[in-house]
Design a protein around this ligand. Sequence first.
Ligand SMILES: C[S@@+](CC[C@H](N)C(=O)[O-])C[C@H]1O[C@@H](n2cnc3c(N)ncnc32)[C@H](O)[C@@H]1O
Length: 188
Amino acid sequence: MNQMYQQYAAQYAEAVKDNDYNAEFERPTTLAMLDNAIADLHGNKVLDIGCGSGEYIAELRARGATVTAMDISEQMVDLVQQRFAGDAKVSCYQNDAAQGLAQEQSGQYDLILSSLMVHYIEDQHALFAECARVLKPNGMLLMSTHNPVADAELSPSGNYFSRELLTVGSLMNGLVAPHRDSYILVTG
Ligand SMILES: C[S@@+](CC[C@H](N)C(=O)[O-])C[C@H]1O[C@@H](n2cnc3c(N)ncnc32)[C@H](O)[C@@H]1O
């Protein structure tokens, strides 16, 4: 399991509020795609997989959605439960998406949003199958991930087309977080 989002959950929560990568680049890009596809989420049920500290939950709630969120990190789940305490339209629980979405009924979500999480999943086919199961017919899946060009620089083999586990330190908010494990998405 990736330790970074457990040991440094609070620091991550602070960093993603206004940092360059998440707040200035990834979130605006992903939210622009969301707003182009479906601007008003009133009456919509949304599943946020790998919700982190809940930046997207806040965005989804601002657009009217009812949100179920999950994260593998109990610390992130705690942060979200505290942040949205009293909001009956947000629920959040601990779940390893690599093991599926067992607590979720089939055919219930209008949208699944999962930002910057899928690269931590080894068997992405299984996760996509689970997403298809819990989405309504014509439901939407919106995912973001690292650009594989950037990840390939960290590849032990140096082969852009290989699919391998990366284990490197990453600098976050002045802290070196030692366990950032992710899979290069490009398959050979
Ligand atoms: C880069 S953070 C993104 C958080 C949030 N989506 C955001 O954009 O601010 C990745 C999140 O995915 C979670 N995560 C990693 N592997 C996971 C898994 N197998 N199942 C569920 N969540 C996972 C981590 O704990 C972390 O909170």
